[in-house]
Write a protein that binds this ligand. Structure first.
Ligand SMILES: [Zn+2]
Length: 419
């Protein structure tokens, strides 16, 4: 049986969400005048956490941090089961007001409604550190630390601040945390019976289909890799066509092959060459070296793995035909994350009860929820963002949709508790 959705004043929720988001877009909370720019261990990030601490303490939540600074707050003592909600509140370096932050703000609204309506559901909010990688160039860093998807060597040495080149370890210690205890971070998930993250969609599907919410069924896995081509740099005027070891035409073939393989794989598999570097990169020199990035994703493992394997062999062929050499190096890979069926069903039912348009959909973008899902049944809710724009100052989303999301998440958690 569906739990009746508690009567919620949506307009008031939307107002509070808007107030939180607009406040956190103020000068105290961003390092840039033109965009939202905040990342771990900066005063602006600290101020953002402090804002959430104040708001959460005001509704009786106890706030703590994991050993590197992921914020955790709960309305039950440690050891008691709680349901998790949250996202991240850092931004990319040229970001907008909504990516991540709207998820934490909506989670806060879930906690507020829970208190106001007297539901008293056991809740825990998490704001993960460094989702966007703006501080140390590592995406999902805070949640990967929680999931132990990093090594101590990486934290001590390899992960370095973009701003000053010092290690993650050193920065974490300086900010008052205890990176030496990073393996204990996983314990912030110990008491969770489930986890739901709300996020802007970062694509235009919800907008273009007229849906106000998306209930995520799976988060795409991905492979990130680099392709290197090596030829010879020569004078662009003096070197006849038959005397060249030009990497650019081979690079062009690789780009087209990525597109072809992704289409061939189907099932929504995507493939992108987002970075192309030609060296020396001068108009009158035949390029002797090239690097191309590969980003391939999908919710079907075989699909994106086929693209990566296909490119790995294709580059040898494309290089060989022209007397070039090639190599393929994988940077990072993550498997597909399937959302928990019971949680998805609870969200679907709660969304249907609102009478507002919603849809089931996959997530193409990576989220902290991927790390949580290893340990806890998880789900995600998407809200539309204007024209699919994200990671940019003109990112825009409607607080009224987030308010609807808060209502649906709260109702789903309530029904799961009873079921
Ligand atoms: Zn995000």
């Amino acid at each position: 049986m569906a739990t009746p959705t508690p009567t919620i004043d949506r307009a008031r929720s939307a107002e509070r969400i808007e107030r939180d988001i607009e406040t956190l877009a103020g000068p105290e909370y961003t390092r840039s005048d033109e965009a939202i720019r905040r990342y771990a261990y900066t005063p602006e990030y600290r101020a953002t956490l402090d804002y959430f601490v104040r708001e959460l303490e005001a509704i009786g939540f106890e706030v703590s941090y994991d050993p590197v600074g992921t914020l955790v707050a709960r309305n039950r003592p440690p050891g008691e089961q709680v349901f998790g909600v949250g996202s991240h509140c850092d931004s990319n370096r040229n970001g907008g007001k909504y990516d991540g932050t709207m998820g934490v703000v909506t989670a806060l609204e879930v906690c507020r409604l829970n208190a106001e309506l007297g539901l008293d559901l056991p809740l825990q909010i998490i704001s993960f550190l460094e989702e966007e990688g703006s501080g140390f160039g590592q995406m999902l860093l805070g949640s990967r630390i929680v999931a132990r998807r990093v090594t101590e060597e990486e934290l001590r040495e390899e992960f370095r601040a973009i701003d000053d080149g010092r290690s993650f370890w050193e920065h974490a210690e300086e900010a008052g945390y205890q990176p030496a205890r990073w393996r204990e971070a996983v314990h912030i998930l110990d008491d969770l019976t489930g986890w739901i993250e709300l996020h802007i969609e970062q694509a235009r599907v919800l907008q273009d289909t007229g849906n106000r919410l998306g209930v995520v069924t799976a988060i795409a896995g991905y492979i990130h890799a680099d392709v290197f081509l090596e030829g010879r740099a020569d004078h662009a005027g003096a070197t006849p066509m038959d005397f060249r070891l030009d990497v650019a035409p081979a690079a062009a073939r690789v780009v087209l092959e990525v597109e072809r393989l992704a289409r061939e794989a189907g099932d929504g598999t995507v493939g992108t060459v987002g970075e192309i570097e030609l060296r020396p990169g001068i108009i009158n020199v035949v390029p002797g070296r090239a690097r191309l990035s590969l980003d391939t994703r999908g919710v079907v493992e075989d699909g994106f793995h086929a693209v990566a394997r296909g490119i790995e062999s294709f580059v040898q062929e494309a290089a060989g035909e022209r007397g070039l050499t090639a190599s393929y190096q994988q940077r990072q890979t993550l498997p597909v994350t399937h959302m928990d069926e019971r949680l998805v069903a609870a969200l679907e039912e709660a969304a249907a009860a609102t009478g507002e348009p919603f849809m089931l959909m996959p997530s193409g973008a990576a989220h902290d929820t991927m790390s949580v899902a290893q340990h806890v049944p998880t789900a995600m809710v998407f809200v539309p963002c204007r024209d699919g724009i994200s990671h940019a100052p003109d990112e825009e989303a409607d607080p009224a949709d987030a308010a609807l999301g808060a209502e649906v998440i709260l109702a789903a958690i309530a029904s799961l508790r009873e079921g």
